[in-house]
Design a protein around this ligand. Structure first.
Ligand code: IMP
Ligand code: MG
Length: 173
């Protein structure tokens, strides 16, 4: 069965905004190395596109987390399924996520990463759904604020599908 997907943000718009975000990051991290921490699997497309356009040195590491609770509502208590390969101490860490929804996962994750004593910790998210926020999250770089709709593409999935779409779309189920 094929789902019906409506384009919300085109491929060109996504690429243009990532380029602008990368330029801001490159300017703000002059003289530093950006240690990007991507949250699997949703952030990988955004993380790669962003990394390719950052002009200061970049290192990358990935982790995988799951939140306790049922599928539709995360509890906010995060369990690390795959941890980072490298310690964060003394590094200028840029956490990269696909979307800030309720904020529960990121709120908890930022706390965990802060505890590892990075020199600095910032957050970049491709998308933000501010209407859905339950837990406060300080995002330093947000590419797009979107309405409360379930989106796919550019890393975001619906039942593990559609991560590979080069645009952001809304699934009509
Ligand atoms: P929260 O901010 O803790 O509620 O959870 C955020 C996570 O839920 C994201 O990292 C995504 O994996 C997932 N998520 C939230 N909204 C969407 C959506 O619209 N499409 C696909 N995944 C979503
Ligand atoms: Mg995710």
């Amino acid at each position: 069965m094929k789902d019906d997907i409506r384009i919300l943000i085109t491929e060109e718009e996504v690429q243009e905004k990532i380029q602008k975000t990368a330029a801001r990051i490159s300017a703000e991290y002059q003289g530093k190395t950006v240690h990007m921490v991507g949250v699997l699997k949703g952030s990988i497309f955004f993380a790669c596109e962003l990394a390719k356009r950052i002009t200061v040195p970049v290192t990358m590491d990935f982790m995988s987390v799951t939140s306790y609770g049922d599928d539709t509502k995360s509890s906010g208590v995060v369990r690390i399924v795959k941890d980072l390969d490298e310690p964060l101490e003394g590094k200028d860490v840029l956490l990269v996520e696909d979307i800030i929804d309720s904020g529960r996962t990121l709120h908890y994750l930022m706390d965990i990463l802060k505890g590892r004593k990075p020199a600095s910790l910032r957050l970049a998210a491709l998308l933000d759904k501010p209407e859905r926020r339950v837990k406060h999250v300080d995002a330093d770089y947000v590419c797009f604020e979107i309405p409360d709709e379930f989106v796919v593409g550019f890393g975001l999935d619906y039942a593990q599908k559609y991560r590979n779409l080069p645009f952001i779309g809304v699934v009509n189920v």
